[in-house]
Design a protein around this ligand. Structure first.
Ligand code: ADP
Ligand code: MG
Length: 144
């Protein structure tokens, strides 16, 4: 497992990093994001979506748990935010089907809430608040 850690100095740098990261994303990839509120997960996902060619704005705090954006060739990008989801609700969201579909690229905030259901192969991205403008972002790709 190869890991990489980067410190970004503002939100724009985090989005640029995410756009670069998007080039490593392939169909069927699952991207699990971890980190406290305000640590930059959604900011990163905005850059990731832009890198994948999505022109729409990606809304930030939301009561909608799952948002779906079309990509080329009948593929989809899913942005899932589990922050407000209770354990009972989790079962009915259809997450397993979304993650199993190789036409989907799926980014999940608060992925620890479904740690036991995440596929063995996945990206793990951890966000840490350093100070008001700096965030430490660690990437790894888990194979098993
Ligand atoms: P989360 O989804 O983890 O709760 P958000 O991305 O919604 O976090 O919020 C991060 C906040 O921190 C935004 O207001 C953003 O502008 C700010 N910020 C400041 N510096 C950075 C940075 N280096 N990377 C990402 N966000 C940053
Ligand atoms: Mg968020």
């Amino acid at each position: 497992m190869v890991s990489q850690t980067v410190i970004t100095k503002n939100a724009a740098e985090t989005q640029k990093l995410a756009r670069q990261f998007s080039q490593r994303i392939k169909n069927g990839h699952i991207i699990a994001l971890y980190g406290d509120l305000g640590s930059g997960k959604t900011t990163f996902i905005k850059g990731l979506a832009a890198g994948l060619g999505i022109k729409q704005n990606i809304p930030s705090p939301t009561f909608i748990l799952i948002r779906q954006y079309p990509l080329k060739n009948r593929r989809f990008f899913f942005h899932i935010d589990l922050y407000r989801v209770s354990g009972v609700e989790l079962a009915g969201l259809g997450l397993d089907e979304i993650m199993a579909n190789h036409n989907n690229i799926v980014a999940i905030e608060w992925a620890e809430k479904i740690s036991h259901r995440l596929p063995a192969q996945r990206w793990e991205i951890r966000f840490k608040y350093v100070n008001e403008n700096e965030r430490e972002i660690s990437f790894s790709y888990k194979n098993h």
